[in-house]
Design a protein around this ligand. Structure first.
Ligand code: ATR
Length: 264
């Protein structure tokens, strides 16, 4: 039986095993997908399991999306440009790092029918997923990307990867068409201390968090009359791209797929 797993720390709340095992069964693939909590020092040995053929493929989540890179032989163009890997494959003797978060985010936005071309986007946070979001936004032709992060230096560091980013102080607001919460605020019901009430209407409030389904950030966006979306569609479609890379099959996504993830 083929084996796959996701590595991260923490990893308890990952829904990747649930989703991948559901698709494996649905497609009659003789494989199992597990989760592993590891420490930085275990990274090399864990990745080598793929080269030793003990494991067919690995998903990577916080905080290893960047630190896994030195252990890989090749990177896809997207993984290289974002310095972020969430999926590892083994191709012709090479460990290859891919980034399927980009396509996950891209699909999620396309499904919303929110026209991104020429728009201003404010991103709150500068953690692991932000380079993938910026990459996708640039491909959509947005006009301006503004980053605000508690630790300003981490936002400034993103300029090493991308041109034309504007950085503003944490706590300040600027006008935008779309605001993205890419911080971890909201995972445990924390609020984001920003006053969005003077913004007008018809903005898009997007939260990368999908559990809880509606963070206080999204609740506030809804209350103020804006369109809101959580990170569940992005999560499903990054998993779909990883599944395609490993199994060469496009799994089905329908209401049952989303319901499966609701039960947690
Ligand atoms: P990592 O920083 O390891 O990549 P992450 O979960 O991807 O982890 O990112 C966490 C994000 O939430 C960061 O942007 C973090 O801001 P800092 O760079 O200043 O740490 C942000 N964050 C976490 N707790 C926060 C808080 N209490 N207030 C504001 N931002 C917070």
């Amino acid at each position: 039986m083929k084996k796959y797993f996701v590595i991260g720390n923490p990893i308890d709340h990952s829904l990747s095993p649930k989703l991948h095992n559901y698709w494996l069964k649905e497609n009659n693939i003789d494989a199992i997908y597990d989760k592993k909590k590891i420490d930085e020092k275990d990274l090399l040995n864990t990745i080598l399991e793929v080269k030793e053929k003990k494991t067919e493929g690995i998903n990577v989540t916080v905080p290893f999306k960047k630190s896994v890179i030195p252990y890989l032989d090749k990177l896809s163009q997207e993984a290289e440009q974002t310095q972020s890997v969430n999926t590892i494959t083994f191709d012709n003797g090479d460990l290859v790092g891919h980034n399927t978060d980009i396509s996950g985010f891209d699909t999620a936005i396309k499904k919303l029918n929110f026209k991104m071309k020429g728009k201003k986007v404010l991103i709150l946070g500068a953690g692991g997923v932000v380079p993938s979001i910026i990459f996708a936004l640039k491909n959509m032709g947005v006009q301006e990307i503004i980053i605000s992060n508690r630790t300003r230096e981490k936002a400034e560091n993103l300029k090493d990867l991308f041109d034309n980013l504007k950085i503003i102080e944490w706590g300040n607001l600027t006008d935008f068409h779309m605001v993205i919460n890419a911080t971890s605020l909201g995972l445990n019901n924390e609020r984001i201390n920003l006053d969005f009430s003077s913004l007008g209407h018809d903005k898009l409030f997007y939260d990368v968090i999908y559990n809880p389904q509606e963070t206080s950030f999204l609740k506030m966006g809804k209350r103020l009359g804006h369109k809101t979306e959580n990170g569940k569609t992005m999560f499903v479609y990054q998993a779909l791209e990883a599944f395609k890379l490993w199994h060469n099959i496009e799994p089905k996504v329908n209401a049952d797929t989303f319901k499966l993830l609701d039960n947690d």
